[in-house]
Design a protein around this ligand. Structure first.
Ligand code: ADP
Length: 328
């Protein structure tokens, strides 16, 4: 499918449920044909944001624009978006093909046309061979692909996915995320994917929008958000960082940028409190003055050339440029 590139924009989008402000006047411009993850802890307002884009929830204030057009007050089916839900809720009494064709049936499209369209979508998600199966004859991953085909048959300009991988086991989750990424690139449309998993967001997204307490804490290309977290919250939530208080301020330092030295030979002296072997590397956590716990992920061979154990006094060091100042 060679579709034009549509961009999605949120302008002061707000959602209140009674006195709860679930989304507080957020602004974001989603890049056309990009894979964006809305990432944040439970309750931060991700799903409310997604549902307002989809039209399953009204906006309390602000607007949602698609290709410059205000879609905030259109019904879901007329927005140019489609949503894939966490629970795929396939119709148990309909075949895979009829599940996918269902929305077209509701629109009054004739049987041969809708069956052809459904078959095309099933081919897209690699399920052509299973078109005549019933949903209970499919694995979880296959059911999910049917749900994807069912959302894509509406030819959306933006596909919205609410925690789409959370029901899958870890192995399938990793396989499905590669498939989602490939599908997004093949279709050339925007995907907006809600997740609370930073590893999932890093693996999938061109852009990550980190939300916290109803606002966008930081947004940008995945590598920028990981390498240059703006706040302590982002540094801690993305993981892989230490947050260190120094006389000059608070800094994030990647755990793989911290090296171990002999005591009194590094920037800080510390006492090892935990050593965890993790296969490719060893994670060493040491406590420095002021009860600051700092973790170093050390390549395994390097660690075993100079092993250390809980209780040892060591030094910790890092290059000046890996020290990244955080906004207070
Ligand atoms: P997330 O998807 O990040 O977990 P949600 O958007 O679901 O967050 O929720 C944001 C906030 O809004 C939470 O405090 C939640 O309890 C509240 N909330 C969500 N849906 C409703 C609702 N239908 N009625 C009342 N409060 C809601």
């Amino acid at each position: 499918m060679n579709q034009p590139k549509y961009d999605l924009e949120l302008v002061n989008v707000t959602k209140c449920y009674g006195t709860t402000v679930a989304v507080d006047a957020i602004n974001h411009h989603f890049r056309p044909a990009s894979y964006t993850c809305l990432l944040g802890p439970s309750g931060c307002g991700k799903s409310s944001t997604l549902r307002m884009i989809a039209g399953h929830e009204t906006v309390s204030d602000g607007s949602v624009l698609l290709a410059g057009r205000d879609i905030s007050h259109l019904p879901p089916a007329r927005r140019g978006t489609a949503m894939m839900f966490q629970s795929y809720a396939l119709f148990p009494h309909l075949s895979v093909l009829d599940n996918v064709a269902f929305s077209q049936k509701m629109k009054g499209i004739d049987a041969p046309t809708r069956r052809r369209a459904a078959a095309e979508m099933l081919a897209l998600v690699d399920l052509a061979a299973l078109a005549d199966r019933m949903p209970d004859q499919l694995s979880g991953g296959q059911q999910q692909r049917v749900a994807l085909a069912r959302a894509l048959i509406t030819r959306p300009q933006v596909l919205l996915l609410d925690e789409p991988l959370s029901a899958l086991d870890p192995f399938l989750r990793i396989r499905m995320r590669a498939e989602l990424r490939k599908l997004q690139q093949e279709l050339g449309i925007s995907f907006v994917h809600v997740t609370h998993g930073q590893d999932e967001a890093l693996a999938l997204a061109d852009e990550i929008v980190v939300m916290n307490n109803a606002v966008i804490e930081q947004a940008g290309p995945a590598r920028d958000v990981f390498n240059a977290p703006r706040t302590e919250f982002v540094a801690r939530f993305m993981g892989g960082h230490n947050v260190i208080a120094l006389p000059e301020g608070h800094f994030a330092i990647r755990t793989d940028a911290v090296a171990l030295t002999a005591a009194a030979a590094g920037r800080l002296d510390a006492q090892v409190i935990a050593v965890e072997y993790q296969g490719t590397h060893v994670s060493v956590t040491a406590r420095a003055a002021g009860d600051q716990d700092i973790t170093a992920t050390v390549p395994d061979h390097q660690f075993f050339n100079h092993p250390s154990a809980p209780g040892d006094r060591i030094g910790l060091t890092w290059a000046q440029e890996s020290q990244h100042r955080l906004a207070s």
